[in-house]
Structures are given as C-alpha cells and as structure tokens.
Design a protein around this ligand. Structure first.
Ligand SMILES: [Zn+2]
Length: 67
C-alpha cells in the first residue's frame, strides 16, 4: 500500500462519506469504500471537509484508514 492516500466517496442513499483508495477512485465506477460499501460519487480528499470533516463520516472507514 502506498500510504493512506484516500479520497472521499459519498453513498448517495444515505449521504454518508466513505474512504475510497485513490487507485480505486482512478478506475471505473462503481467504487468501493474501504469498508466495502459502494459509493456513487468521489469528491476530494478523505481528510478534507467532504470526508472526515463531513457531517457523517463512516466510522468503519475512519477506523480502517487510520489503521
Ligand atoms: Zn465506509
């Protein structure tokens, strides 16, 4: 793994933010968060306001990315 380089993905059904590995996000949709939930949108850094800084960051993704 090349460090903790993740982007923020959003589950459009729940609005919850999930962490998506950047190499996954660079590929074709659908994208999977590190917790296994598919996301419909990827938007910026996981560490940023649309990820960890959002209203509802996924607790599983947060735990898995931080290790
Ligand atoms: Zn998640």
């Amino acid at each position: 793994m090349a460090g903790s380089d993740h982007v923020a993905g959003r589950d459009q059904e729940t609005g919850r933010a999930h962490a998506v590995p950047r190499d996954v996000a660079d590929g074709p949709a659908p994208w999977l968060g590190v917790c296994g939930v598919p996301v419909g949108v990827v938007q910026g850094s996981w560490a940023g306001p649309r990820g960890l800084g959002s209203a509802d960051p996924c607790p599983d993704c947060r735990r898995l990315v931080l290790g």
